[in-house]
Design a protein around this ligand. Structure first.
Ligand SMILES: Nc1ncnc2c1ncn2[C@@H]1O[C@H](COP(=O)(O)OS(=O)(=O)O)[C@@H](OP(=O)(O)O)[C@H]1O
Ligand SMILES: [Mg+2]
Ligand SMILES: [Mg+2]
Ligand SMILES: [Mg+2]
Length: 398
């Protein structure tokens, strides 16, 4: 026989929320609370074994179409296409176009009534007089991309539709309900240079990442380690995806059979290759060099842009990713949510510099201790020790 525990807290909270009269008998309260507790536990069971297959299919489609748009723009990118945002970071027609495509595809494929999107870009600059021409180009790109997928037919979006699709990304996220999290181009500086970038899309459910999709159009299908940019035969364009509890898979962006990927099982830090940001302005290279030295890492750092680092790590191209932004920088959830799940489901560990898990439930920002470190289970204890020592040395040298 099943047994149930009914806490006095449950009864107390029931007495606060139910219309009880002074004639309500204790035993009727008791059976009522059992039935509500049962309903709650059924819900918990359903939530933990819930499948996000439909959302995953929509997310893969959205990220792949957005990648198609970005590839087209990157091939023909002119310096005039790159604009500066108020924080001086670059933004291109492809950042806006990618965000519009993902938003439109997710809303067409899924229930648009409950749609919530936390995304990097907004339409502020495009609504200004000087943004008119850029908006025209974005609208054309978005329409060409959507009609290249036969399921979307030929109903072009207006300028207003495109602006609204971009602005659907203004959600503040938070700990309850479901929220999509999007970086339409992560690594815009890499994108402009012709290097690595990623379209990064995640789904949060009750504050936890449950889906992660990374489209990395310039990432080699083999390995970053054996990458030869001069080789015209080398195939590039990877799509990584992970559903909570189901592992991480990778396929080519043009649709090969997915393969399950796993982080390296290396346990000797001396043999570990480590990733860090390409841009020294985004992460303290001196600090990672000091950490690598303490671990005895022999190889030089592998510097690549964007969450492509999480993708590469999830398939064992490297063993460690170190990210230590300069003082005062606040990380955003769209820079890590998809990459986090891709690595976690591949058996890796992602934490802040003190070993705390990342918390995506606090809105648009990630508040964390010092930086982000990523590796496998075996190397994490040694990495945490080296990070702690290096941070202490840095603090005492100030
Ligand atoms: N000052 C500073 N410090 C730390 N991080 C910053 C900073 N400025 C920007 N960003 C964010 O870095 C995102 C790019 O990711 P990476 O740093 O991993 O790639 S890169 O090699 O530096 O390009 C980049 O993402 P995108 O804006 O989507 O390209 C930014 O969100
Ligand atoms: Mg940006
Ligand atoms: Mg980013
Ligand atoms: Mg971006």
């Amino acid at each position: 026989m099943a047994t149930f525990t009914v806490s006095s807290g449950t009864i107390n909270s029931l007495t606060r929320t139910l219309p009880l009269t002074k004639n309500t008998k204790p035993h009727s309260l008791f059976s009522l609370s059992i039935s509500l507790t049962l309903k709650a536990s059924k819900f918990t069971l359903r939530a933990s074994s819930m499948s996000y297959d439909k959302q995953l299919a929509a997310a893969k489609k959205a990220a792949s179409l957005a990648a198609r748009l970005c590839q087209k723009v990157q091939k023909a990118l002119l310096q005039a296409d790159v604009q500066s945002k108020s924080d001086k970071s670059p933004v291109t027609v492809a950042d806006y176009g990618s965000q519009a495509v993902v938003s439109v595809v997710l809303q067409k494929e899924l229930d648009s009534a409950s749609f919530s999107l936390v995304a990097e870009e907004d339409s502020g600059d495009l609504r200004k007089e000087e943004g008119k021409e850029t908006l025209q180009r974005i609208m054309k790109l978005v329409n060409e991309t959507l009609t290249s997928d036969e399921t979307y037919g030929n109903a072009p979006l207006s300028e207003e539709d495109v602006l609204a699709a971009i602005d659907s990304g203004r959600s503040v996220g938070g700990p309850s309900g479901q929220h999509w999290v999007l970086d339409p181009i992560d690594g815009t500086k890499g994108f402009v240079r012709g290097d690595q970038y990623a379209i990064a899309l995640a789904l949060l459910d009750e504050g936890k990442a449950v889906l992660g999709v990374l489209a990395c159009p310039n990432l080699p299908l083999s390995s970053v380690a054996s990458h030869n940019p001069q080789d015209p035969q080398e195939k590039v364009g990877c799509l990584f995806y992970a559903q909570v509890g189901s592992g991480t898979y990778m396929q080519s962006l043009d649709g090969s059979t997915p393969i399950k990927v796993h982080v390296t099982d290396l346990d000797n830090p001396e043999e570990a290759a480590f990733f860090e940001s390409f841009e020294a302005a985004h992460s303290l290279h001196d600090l990672s060099s000091s950490i690598a030295k303490k671990l005895g890492v022999r190889a030089p750092p592998v510097r690549i842009d964007s969450q492509a680092k999480y993708g590469a790590l999830s398939r064992g191209d490297g063993a460690i990713y170190l990210r230590f932004p300069h003082k005062g920088y606040r990380e955003k959830i769209w820079d890590h949510a998809a990459g986090y799940l891709v690595v976690a489901e591949a058996g890796g560990v992602v934490s802040d510099a003190a070993g705390n898990p990342l918390d995506f439930s606090r809105g648009r920002y990630l508040d964390l201790h010092e930086g982000i470190i990523v590796t496998n289970q075996k190397l994490m204890p040694a990495l945490l020790k080296a990070v702690k020592e290096s941070l202490n040395e840095k603090a005492s040298s100030l």
